[in-house]
Structures are given as structure tokens and as C-alpha cells.
Design a protein around this ligand. Structure first.
Ligand code: PEP
Ligand code: MG
Length: 631
């Protein structure tokens, strides 16, 4: 499916030839349509896309002249500022012999290399599980590739043709990589890098070579075509100041790893990034995706001081991250965390979270073939509540549909899924799923810690229908204290009728990711629109303002749990518009709290009003920078 570039809901044609054609085709259709869950795996399926030839040897690179000053741009993938000295990383060529030394010994060598690689990855998973859940997840994906029977069989076929194990493995992966890159889907192209990583790891074992660790001097800024996750893991991050890649993408695994270690990174900078020679002074602005090689000395110094200032500020922010958060003039602003499941709780609390403003319950429903039972859900919600040790927990009901695919819910094929059954509409369409989820949340103890949040509410009826179900389930469980039920403001209609909704909802939480998508009519998963999809846009801010005004009429509080809340520079605007809870990614808690503590609510209100009249998101950011240069 990866090679076909097929996504959920697309029609596929299955053709088979040969004596078992009909049975094989039936089995493939059953697998693809999810009917054969639990059935034994079918025979490996040859990709319909003709495997492309391995990439030709790249043309030699002409390096820039040492001392040559040059500026270029890329995409900021891990924020931060860095100054340092360039280190050029060239992909090492692993030369393999084509002809094997006997089918049996080559097959055994491949088996051994795959097993060895799996053992090493498993050990790394165990090591990283405590320190970085993201790194462990990426390694698990790599382990799945190493254990993929299709890859092993494809390489085995080449060995049986007389090829060496190394040649067979390299050719197999090269074909897959080329086929993935040919699809033109940027997400799948990024996964090709993971395959290249596995190609390298297994080849190193087959060739008897050790992973060599790149020795870095302090303040090194790496320049490379691309960097494999395992190469990143081998780097001495204490000496690594930044990364600039010609290729890659903001959602590539190496970008995620860099962000998790706080290393500024600019990706997709184009071929020029591969032409930067060693030893050049560099300014890397991974806030704005800008890179300067050999800048004027004054600029280098200014940027170094700015980066230094940020680092020491971040240390000070972390030191105060656990304190309650109030503005300078004493208004209480709760800074809580967005969580994806029980595994995130400890990190959030460590980072200073005052609770959870959004538990995305999808974690329990994705990647499985049937819905989790009420008891299973209860156990997970209770684990999160217990981990939060009495701090408030807001559980969002299942937000299935559109970009969050939960196949067994059986959503019909739709022309425009983002405008179809999703969020609370899906829950009301499958009320038995909603009832089980509501019961599981109602059972969380102590009573009062957990609240319910409904995604994608567009009408008053949505809220009333769910409220009726919640009331019935409370009665059935004999619960006498009603649970608080809030709604997400992520559909423009909900913002516009906020006053009516506030009469019947206990609180609002603004989902700026969807609110921006629907206000600007720009698909949130379309990379071509990524630069324009700006939550600072005055249109989005106006909807938040209307929602806050509506909530205030009935004395309800408003939070923001969309990504906008995680930008420290958004805090003055949101506080000025009337928001009193910010639910952010755990890594942003310290910085967001620090900015909130500098704010004067009256000044925030004045500037927020001015922001609503501006022409663009960029103009809003400039306005904030003028008033709060440190935000
Ligand atoms: C949002 O839309 O802003 C939000 C928080 O929900 P999600 O990103 O899960 O759709
Ligand atoms: Mg949303």
C-alpha cells in the first residue's frame, strides 16, 4: 500500500493471474477491506508499481569557495537560533560485491545480519524508552522494517539468482526507496529515509564495518543532503549546535528527533546546503528557516549573543515551570498540557503542567481492528488521572473522521471527509461507541477530576444530543454530581453562536488547528498551503474573540488547546481576547508560563483589539514583537 501511495477510502483494482488467481484476488480484497482481520497473512504481494532501478551515482558536488558569503532559506523543522562552524557530512559509500559465494552461505549471512540489526535496535529501544518516547517509536518502526518478511523474501530471491547478501539487500531497499520517492507524496518520501537507514545498518553488519561516530567540535552545525535517524542518534549532541539539510521535511524522523533534543534544524534547504564546505562560520535561524554562511562578523556576534540569551532564558524558565501561573497584574492563567495517552503524563508533570487540557482519546482507538471496551478505556483514563495526581483532566471524546482514520467505525466513503462525519458527528452516528466512552470517563475517580470535551461541535443540537446521553449514563451509574461537559470551538459556526452554546456548555476549548482550517478554507494536511495556514490570521483571532464574548455572558471560561497556544508569542493576544487556560505541548509549558508572567491584561486587551484590525497573520506577529520582543 505504501508503494501504491494509496490512502484510506481510495478504490483499488486487484488483478491476479495463474491457477489460484481467483482465490488470491479474493484474499487480497478481503485484506485490503479489513474483512480478514486475524486471518493468516497472505502470500507476499508484488507491488503493482514496477520497481525502479537503483538511483544512479550522484553527480560530483561543487563546493562553495571558502569564505564565500551566501544566504539561503529552508523550512524551520526544529525551532531555535544557532551560531557555529559548518561540518559537512557526506554519505559514506558502502561498496558491495555483486556476486555471492554460494546461495546457502549468503542466505545465512543475510539472516544473521537482520537478526543482529534487530538485536541492536531492540537494545536501543529499551535505552531510549525512558529518555525519549519519540525516539523509541521511530526505532520500533525501523525494527518492523528489519523484520518485514517481504523485504527478506525479495532479497532472498536475488540471493537465489547468485547475488551476494549485501548486493541483494542493497538492491531490494534501493528499489523500495526509489518506488516510494517516485510517488510524489512527501510523507511517503520521508519514510524512504527510514528504509535507507535500515539499508545502511544491515550493510554495515554484512560488510563487517562498525558504525563510525562523527567526532564533533563544540558549536558544530551539520550540513548534509539528508541525515538518517541512526546517524543522528550517533551524534554527540553536546557539541551539536544545529542542523541544515538539503532534503528532508518538517515531519521527517530526524526533524522530530532534533526537536526532541532541542537542536535547531532547517530542512528542505535545497542543493546549496550540500555545497557548504567545512569550517565556515554559520548563522542558523531555525525560527524563520534562514541560513547565512560567512555572515558579517557583527551579525555573527549579535546572533551568538541572541542564542546565548535564549539558552539562559530557557534555563531560568524551566526553573520556574512548576509555579502557579498568573499575569504580572495577578490574573490566573492555567497552563496545562495536551496529552496523547498515559505515556505522556509523567513528562508533562515534570515540565510543569497544571493538568491536562486535552487528552486526545484517539490513542485508544487508532491502529486496531475493533473499538476498545469500556473497561479498557476506563483503565487508561484512570491511569492518566492518577498520574496527574489530582490535577484536572479534560478527556476529549473520540475525534474520528477526516485526518483521523478509525476504519472499524465504518464511516461511509465521503466526497469531503473534513466536512463530513467527524468528531461529535461520528460519535452521534455510532451512539453505542459514545455511550461506552462516556461511561468510562464517568467512572474516573475522584469524581470531579475528569471533564468531558466534545470535538467538532457545530450546532446547539450536537451539544444537546450528547448532554442527553451523558445524563442517561450518569443516571444508570447512579452518579449524582453531574460531570462538566465542554465543547471545542473549532468550527466557525460554534464561535459565531458561542453565546447560545455557552448557556448549555460548562466551558469552551478553542481548537485553533481546525478553526484555522475551516475559517480560511485551507486543508490542514495540504503541504502546499502550510505557509498560509496561519492561526495568527485576524480572521481566526476574531472568531476566538467572539467565542470569548459569548462565554463571558454566561460566566464560562475559555481555553485554547490548538497549536496556537504553544506559541509563547500568542499568549498576549489570547489573554487579551479573554482566554484563561492554555493547553500546550509539554515542551512549551515553561516558556509560555514565563511570557504570561510578564503580561498586563489591560495592555493585552488593547493590543489584541488592534490585532483584529490588521491585514494578515504576519502583521499580527509583527505587532506582538513590537510590544513583547521577548515573547
Ligand atoms: C484543534 O483542532 O486545534 C485540536 C486541538 O484538535 P486536533 O488537532 O486533534 O484536531
Ligand atoms: Mg481539531
Amino acid at each position: 500500500l505504501m508503494l501504491l501511495g494509496a490512502s484510506f477510502g481510495q478504490s483499488l483494482t486487484v488483478e491476479a493471474v495463474g491457477p489460484t488467481a481467483a482465490a488470491t484476488a479474493d484474499r487480497i480484497v478481503a485484506l485490503l477491506s479489513g474483512e480478514a482481520a486475524g486471518a493468516p497473512p497472505a502470500a507476499p504481494i508484488r507491488p503493482a508499481v514496477e520497481a525502479a532501478a537503483p538511483a544512479a551515482t550522484p553527480a560530483p558536488v561543487t563546493l562553495l569557495e571558502p569564505g564565500e558569503a551566501i544566504d539561503f532559506e529552508g523550512v524551520a523543522a526544529s525551532p531555535g537560533l544557532a551560531t557555529g562552524v559548518s561540518v559537512r557530512v557526506v554519505a559514506e559509500e558502502l561498496t558491495v560485491e555483486e556476486v555471492g559465494h554460494g546461495v546457502e552461505s549468503e542466505a545465512a549471512a543475510l539472516q544473521y545480519a537482520l537478526q543482529q540489526t534487530a538485536v541492536v535496535i531492540e537494545a536501543s529501544i529499551a535505552q531510549s524508552a525512558e529518555r525519549s518516547a519519540q525516539q523509541a517509536d521511530i526505532l520500533r518502526a525501523h525494527l518492523a522494517f528489519v523484520r518485514d518478511p517481504d523485504l527478506e523474501q525479495a532479497a532472498g530471491a536475488l540471493i537465489r539468482e547468485g547475488k551476494s547478501a549485501a548486493f541483494a539487500w542493497k538492491t531490494t531497499i534501493d528499489r523500495q526507496v526509489a518506488a516510494l520517492r517516485k510517488l510524489g507524496n512527501p510523507v511517503l518520501a520521508e519514510r524512504a529515509t527510514d528504509l535507507e537507514d535500515i539499508r545502511r545498518r544491515v550493510l554495515l553488519v554484512l560488510l563487517g564495518r562498525a558504525q563510525h561516530r562523527l567526532e564533533l567540535a563544540p558549536g558544530s552545525i551539520l550540513f548534509a543532503d539528508d541525515l538518517l535517524p541512526s546517524q543522528f542518534a550517533d551524534l554527540d549532541v553536546a557539541h551539536l549546535a544545529g542542523i541544515c539539510l538539503a532534503g528532508g521535511g518538517p515531519t521527517s524522523h530526524v526533524a522530530i528527533l532534533a526537536a526532541s533534543k532541542g537542536i535547531p534544524a532547517v530542512v528542505a534547504a535545497g542543493a546549496v546546503a550540500s555545497r557548504v564546505p567545512d569550517g565556515q562560520p554559520v548563522v542558523l535561524d531555525a525560527e524563520n528557516g534562514r541560513v547565512r554562511i560567512n555572515p558579517p562578523a557583527s551579525e555573527f556576534t549579535a546572533m551568538r549573543e541572541a542564542a546565548e540569551h535564549r539558552r539562559s532564558r530557557a534555563v531560568a524558565h524551566r526553573a520556574a515551570a512548576h509555579d502557579e501561573c498568573r499575569t504580572a497584574d495577578g490574573t490566573r492563567i492555567e497552563v496545562v498540557a495536551n496529552l496523547g495517552g498515559p505515556a505522556d503524563v509523567a513528562v508533562a508533570v515534570e515540565n510543569g503542567a497544571e493538568g491536562c487540557g486535552l487528552l486526545r482519546s484517539e490513542f485508544l482507538f487508532l491502529d486496531r481492528t475493533a473499538a476498545p471496551s469500556e473497561d479498557e478505556q476506563f483503565a487508561q483514563y484512570q491511569a492518566v488521572a492518577t498520574g496527574l495526581a489530582g490535577r484536572p483532566l479534560i478527556v476529549r471524546t473520540l475525534d474520528a473522521g477526516a485526518d483521523k482514520d478509525v476504519p472499524y467505525v465504518g464511516l461511509p466513503e465521503e466526497e469531503n471527509p473534513a466536512l463530513g462525519l467527524r468528531g461529535v458527528r461520528t460519535s452521534l452516528w455510532r451512539p453505542e461507541l459514545l455511550r461506552a466512552q462516556v461511561r468510562a470517563i464517568l467512572r474516573v475517580e475522584p469524581i470531579g477530576q475528569a471533564r468531558i470535551l466534545l470535538p467538532m461541535v457545530a450546532t446547539l443540537q450536537d451539544l444537546r444530543d450528547v448532554r442527553a446521553i451523558v445524563g442517561e449514563e450518569e443516571k444508570a451509574l447512579g452518579r449524582t454530581t453531574p460531570i462538566e461537559v465542554g465543547i471545542m470551538i473549532e468550527v466557525p459556526s460554534a464561535a459565531l453562536i458561542a453565546e447560545r452554546l455557552a448557556a448549555e456548555a460548562d466551558f469552551f476549548s478553542v481548537g485553533t488547528n481546525d478553526l484555522t482550517q475551516y475559517a480560511l478554507a485551507m486543508d490542514r494536511v495540504n503541504p502546499r498551503l502550510a505557509r498560509q495556514l496561519d492561526a495568527f490570521h485576524p480572521a481566526v483571532l476574531k472568531l476566538i474573540a467572539v467565542a470569548c464574548e459569548g462565554a463571558a455572558v454566561h460566566g464560562r471560561w475559555v481555553g485554547v488547546c490548538g497549536s496556537l497556544a504553544s506559541f509563547p508569542s500568542a499568549a498576549p493576544l489570547l489573554v487579551g481576547l479573554g482566554v484563561r487556560e492554555l493547553s500546550v505541548t509539554p515542551g512549551a509549558i515553561a516558556d509560555v508560563k514565563a511570557v504570561v508572567r510578564t503580561l498586563d491584561v489591560t495592555q493585552c486587551q488593547t493590543v489584541a483589539r488592534e490585532a483584529l484590525r490588521l491585514e494578515s497573520g504576519a502583521a499580527v506577529r509583527r505587532l506582538v514583537a513590537e510590544h513583547w520582543p521577548e515573547a
